[in-house]
Design a protein around this ligand. Structure first.
Ligand SMILES: Nc1ncnc2c1ncn2[C@@H]1O[C@H](COP(=O)(O)OP(=O)(O)OP(=O)(O)O)[C@@H](O)[C@H]1O
Ligand SMILES: [Mg+2]
Length: 326
C-alpha cells in the first residue's frame, strides 16, 4: 500500500484553561488519499476547527497537541518547526478559512498578496507570478481585472473564491477548508460548493472540509467524519453514513441542521445542547441527549466499533461488531 497523502493518527488537542485542561480533540484517526474529499461535520463547539487547525499546524496557545501525529506524505507535521511548516504551507497544503476577510490582507491588492505567497516559495519572474495569478483567478471564475482590487471591493462570495484561488497558486496536493461557504447565503453556498468540487476534480487535490451542515457536503465528499464533544462518533464512506447513520447523533444531525449564524440552538432531532468539554458526561458523551440511551451508556465509554464499512462510537454496536483497532 502506498503511503496515504494525509495520515492523522491518535490526534488529541488540549486547551489549557483557568479551570484546567480541556480536551477539544480526542484521539482522532483520519486517512485521506490523493484526490479524496473528506468532510468533518458536527455541532458548534465539537472541535472541528481545533482538529483542522491541529492538522494544518496553526494552533497557538492555549491550545496544544497533546498526543498524535499528522503525516503528510509520511512527514510528521507535528514534529516540524514553524519554519519547516512554512515551507510546506501553500506549496504542499493550503488552508482556506471561514472568513476570507480575516485571512486576506485588507490593505493589499490581490495581486500583491498572490505575489507574496508565490515569492515565499521560490524564484518566479514578474511574468510568471502575473500569469499564474490570472490563471487561478480564472479558475475560480473571477475576472483577472480584480487582481488590482482590494478585498473590501469584492463581494463575500468573490472574496472566498479569491482566497481559494490563492490556496491553489502553488498547486498543493491538499486543501484544508474550515466552513469556507458559511458566511454566504444559501444559493452562493451551493454554487461555491459545486465550484470547489469541480476544481478538485479538474486539478486532483484532496480536501478536508469542515462544516456544520451534513447535507451541504453529502453529495461532494467521499468520506464523512462526524464529531461530537471532541470525539469522532461515526466515520466512514459518505454514502452509508449519510443514507443509514449508525450513530444516534449522526441521525439527529441529519434530521435538523443547526443554524450557521446566531446563537446556539438545540437541534430539532436532538434535545439539549453539547456538553461542557471541561466536564464531559460519564460513559458515552452523548448519552444525556440520546433518544436510544440504555443501561450501560452512562457508565461505559464506547470505542469505535466496526459496523459494515463504517465505524461507530455507540454501545448499540458492541454485540454485532468487533472493536475497530485502527
Ligand atoms: N481559546 C480557547 N480556550 C479554551 N477552550 C477553547 C478555546 N477555543 C475553543 N475551545 C474549546 O474547544 C471546543 C471546540 O472548539 P472549536 O472551535 O474547535 O469547535 P467547532 O466545532 O469548530 O465549533 P464551530 O462550529 O462553532 O466553529 C470548544 O467547545 C471549547 O470548549
Ligand atoms: Mg469552527
Amino acid at each position: 500500500m502506498p503511503e496515504p497523502l494525509l495520515a492523522v493518527h491518535d490526534l488529541s488537542v488540549v486547551y489549557e484553561t483557568d479551570r484546567g485542561p480541556v480536551t477539544a480533540v480526542d484521539g482522532v484517526q483520519l486517512t485521506v488519499r490523493e484526490g479524496e474529499f473528506a468532510a468533518v461535520v458536527g455541532e458548534s463547539g465539537c472541535g472541528k476547527s481545533t482538529l483542522l487547525f491541529a492538522i494544518a499546524g496553526l494552533l497557538s496557545p492555549p491550545a496544544r497537541i497533546s498526543t498524535g501525529s499528522v503525516r503528510l506524505r509520511g512527514a510528521d507535521l507535528v514534529a516540524m518547526t514553524e519554519r519547516e511548516l512554512n515551507e510546506l504551507r501553500w506549496r504542499d497544503y493550503s488552508v482556506v478559512l471561514q472568513s476570507a476577510m480575516n485571512a486576506l490582507n485588507p490593505v493589499a491588492t490581490l495581486a500583491a498578496q498572490y505575489k507574496d505567497a508565490m515569492a515565499a516559495h521560490g524564484t518566479y519572474t514578474k511574468e510568471q507570478i502575473h500569469d499564474r495569478s490570472v490563471e487561478v483567478l480564472r479558475l475560480v471564475g473571477i475576472d483577472p481585472v480584480h487582481l488590482r482590487s482590494y478585498p473590501h471591493q469584492l463581494s463575500g462570495g468573490m472574496r472566498q473564491r479569491a482566497m481559494i484561488a490563492m490556496a491553489l497558486l502553488l498547486t498543493p496536493d491538499l486543501v484544508i477548508m474550515d466552513e469556507p461557504t458559511s458566511a454566504l447565503d444559501v444559493v452562493a453556498q451551493r454554487s461555491l460548493m459545486v465550484q470547489i468540487k469541480e476544481l478538485q476534480q479538474l486539478l486532483g487535490f484532496a480536501v478536508v472540509f469542515v462544516t456544520h451542515d451534513m447535507s451541504l457536503v453529502s453529495h461532494f465528499s467521499d468520506q464523512l467524519l462526524v464529531m461530537y464533544a471532541g470525539q469522532v462518533v461515526e466515520q466512514g464512506p459518505t454514502r452509508p453514513v449519510f443514507d443509514q447513520p449508525s450513530h444516534p447523533y449522526s441521525r439527529g444531525l441529519l434530521e435538523a441542521f443547526p443554524s450557521i449564524r446566531g446563537p446556539r440552538v438545540p437541534l430539532r432531532g436532538i434535545p439539549g445542547s453539547p456538553p461542557d468539554l471541561a466536564a464531559p458526561p460519564s460513559g458515552c458523551r452523548f448519552h444525556p441527549r440520546c433518544p436510544l440511551v440504555f443501561e450501560p451508556c452512562d457508565a461505559v465509554q464506547p470505542s469505535l466499533y466496526a459496523v459494515g464499512a463504517v465505524r461507530s462510537r455507540c454501545l448499540l454496536h458492541t454485540s454485532a461488531a468487533t472493536e475497530a483497532t485502527s
